[in-house]
Design a protein around this ligand. Structure first.
Ligand code: TYM
Length: 402
């Protein structure tokens, strides 16, 4: 019996894939986030933690916390314990510049990080892994660097405070103290270990195998002497989607062995592909994604054409049975980006019972996303090359805790 259960477990694990390069559920199904929490060994973000964030920051919880978009963590409570005692922390997040523009899924960690920066008044480092995308996407070094700067503009447009934020590209910044930490990490991780965590094979080039320390070491304050010199004990909190967890499992495993704190994480679920919740919105599949550069017309067309509907096949059946909200993408998307709790509840009731039709929900979603993308576009138009240089300059940030 036990054997059979083990075998079943193995089959199930094989069918749901979540890693930094691939997110796919079992055939036609949804990502099973409970199973991911168990498999990865992270903790569920519960109501008491959200209440605590509200208390400590003196502001209402972000909609992504209220709706449990951020649903898992590692040692977030330790960060809050330390914060309560007056010890600050720093935030670390990143982007692998694989496309000209960000899609709406990418905005999620950045919007949330901006809220954390404002609420806790803490510094932030943002890593642009142009080296990673050069190696995985077969882009030239120059093209990856260009995309990194373009993406930096979208990131800055999310509203980060230049007096508290350092954005760096690996091609420009790796070296010195950062590189020393990379070597310390690399010495602690065997080839077998990275194969186990990331699934590399003998056919993968060694650039891939040697990359994980690059993403690991921004978790350590000593990688940024211009920011944290003399403050080497400060803790790090990483907001990201759960696809990045493997990098930080490795990092957390190594940290105590080289005398550093383990970074804490706060992790989100995936903003799903337009086609359904069995995959994430991904820059590698343009039809799965709405980009921050899409026009109002493109957004409307993509939603109408591709957004998977849980509505019934005919109006009669729909009025009788209502929409299946478990699979309905327009309703899921509203759960991420429609701020108004009362309106979302009303749509849940009306659409779920069949009084509201798919077309009406898609229309409301189109308004919400067009508004979001329009606001982003206006903010991005104001981001100049000089501003990118200012965010990316290697400099002290004297007021980063104010
Ligand atoms: P990248 O560029 O694939 O993704 C950037 C950030 O967006 C998250 N993300 C999503 N979140 C919600 N829904 C989605 N559909 C979705 N797709 C992507 C990712 O989890 C990530 O937080 N290797 C990284 C770059 C990186 C990084 C980091 C990310 C370097 N250091 C530290 C997070 C934290 C990458 O290629 O991300």
């Amino acid at each position: 019996m036990e054997k059979r259960e083990e075998a079943k477990e193995l089959v199930e694990e094989e069918e749901q894939v979540v890693n930094p390069w691939e997110v796919s559920a079992k055939d036609g199904g949804k990502i099973d986030y409970d199973k991911l929490i168990d498999k990865f060994g992270c903790q569920r973000l519960d109501e008491s933690l959200i209440q605590r964030v509200q208390r400590l920051t003196n502001r209402p919880a972000h909609v992504f916390l209220r709706r449990r978009v951020f649903f898992a963590h590692r040692d977030f409570n330790d960060i809050l314990d330390a914060y309560e005692k007056g010890q600050k922390f720093y935030l670390y997040t990143g982007r692998g510049p694989s496309s000209e523009a960000l899609h709406l899924g990418h905005l999620i960690p950045f919007m949330f990080t901006k809220y954390l920066q404002d609420a806790f008044k803490v510094p932030l480092v943002i890593q642009l892994t142009d080296d990673e995308k050069c190696m995985w996407k077969n882009l030239s070094v120059e093209e990856s660097q260009r995309l990194a700067r373009e993406n930096a503009k979208d990131i800055i447009a999310c509203g980060f405070d230049v007096s508290k934020t350092f954005i760096f590209s690996d091609f420009d910044y790796v070296g010195g103290a950062f590189y020393k930490n990379m070597v310390k990490v690399a010495k602690c991780v065997t080839y077998n270990k990275v194969v186990g965590i990331f699934g590399f094979t003998g056919e993968d080039h060694i650039g891939k195998v040697s990359f994980p320390p690059v993403q690991a070491v921004p978790s350590f304050p000593s990688s940024f002497p211009h920011l944290f010199s003399g403050n080497d004990n400060i803790r790090c909190l990483i907001p990201c989607a759960i696809d990045q967890d493997p990098y930080f499992r490795m990092t957390r495993d190594v940290a105590p062995r080289i005398g550093y704190h383990k970074p804490a994480l706060i992790e989100s679920s995936f903003f799903p592909a337009l086609q359904g919740e069995n995959g994430k919105m991904s820059a590698s599949d343009p039809n799965s994604a709405i980009y921050v550069t899409d026009s109002a017309k493109e957004i409307k067309n993509k939603i109408n054409r591709y957004a998977f509907s849980g509505g019934q096949d005919s109006i009669e059946l729909h009025r009788k049975y209502g929409a299946d909200l478990e699979v309905d993408i327009p309703f899921k998307y509203l759960g991420f980006f429609l701020d108004d709790d009362a309106e979302l509840e009303r749509i849940r009731e009306e659409y779920g019972s069949g009084r509201m039709l798919t077309g009406e929900v898609k229309k409301r979603l189109t308004e919400v996303l067009t508004d979001l993308v329009e606001r982003h576009r206006r903010a991005r138009a104001l981001v100049t090359d000089e501003m990118v240089d200012a965010f990316m300059a290697v400099r002290p940030l004297p007021n980063m805790f104010n």
